[in-house]
Design a protein around this ligand. Sequence first.
Ligand code: CUA
Length: 315
Amino acid sequence: MWSNLPLFPEQASTVAGSVDALYMFLVLVSAFFSVLIFGLLLYFAIRYRRRSEAERPVAIYGDLRLEFLWIVIPLGLTMVMFVWGAKVFFHISTPPTEAIEISAVGKQWMWKFQHPSGNREINELHVPVGRAVKLTMSSEDVLHDFYVPAFRVKMDVLPGRFTTAWFEATKTGSFHLFCAEYCGTVHAGMIGQVIVMPPADYERWLSGDGAGETMAETGAKLFEQLGCHTCHSGQPDARGPSLTGIFGRAVTLQDGSRVQVDENYLRESILTPNAKVVEGYRPIMPTFQGQISEAGLMQIVAYLRLLSGREGSMN
Ligand code: CUA
């Protein structure tokens, strides 16, 4: 509906319509009150201008009905904005469970993507149309921001933790990808394309260039190379807890508290192992800070999800 307006980018995702509708509502409410206030200001300034030196206005001591009115109307309007905004926000921050999981790493100054099947790409992201895609993102250096205007998707990409974003493209074609957080000299050049293809073409693309071992397979190799399997062997007398089946579940820590095992918990446990030690185990795990890349972390997480039968179905 708004695509004819050059002010708005094309709508090419399932959430674009609801984001624009909310945005339009905010603009219209703001425009209405701006016009009303400036109009009245001007009108009153002329209508009640001082006509002679001797003129003294009548004192006014307020009006309860007026006070009531300008409390109730803004309250009602802001509550509509709040409830409507919260609804849209929860929708766009909750990826559907059947989403395809793709990892994204931002660095000065490029975007690196890896598909579950192992395909990697730089500054280009191929996705199928009509399927939800969830991105798990992190940065190798500074703050970046993943922004695809046509999808109304914008999410900070941070060093030191995973953030997620999701979208479902509704049109095939090529859409601009921007970095929306100033990140250094070539920030403006940190751009790319999201290429939305019919599902069959996407499958063909996956099996073509760059197909090799899956993310989880690479993760399994890393798990061995780094020696994780020596302690997390799954044996009853192992020095570390078994990692099979833990993803998506809650574990009890030494202090009795419970945490949900998700991407960020696994990340913390690899890089800062003693932050949250599972009940019944000692804080003996060394840190792997500096020994594993952002992409490597995502691959190990993909492997641990596979061990839990939760590949591509977690949020
Ligand atoms: Cu990356 Cu701006």
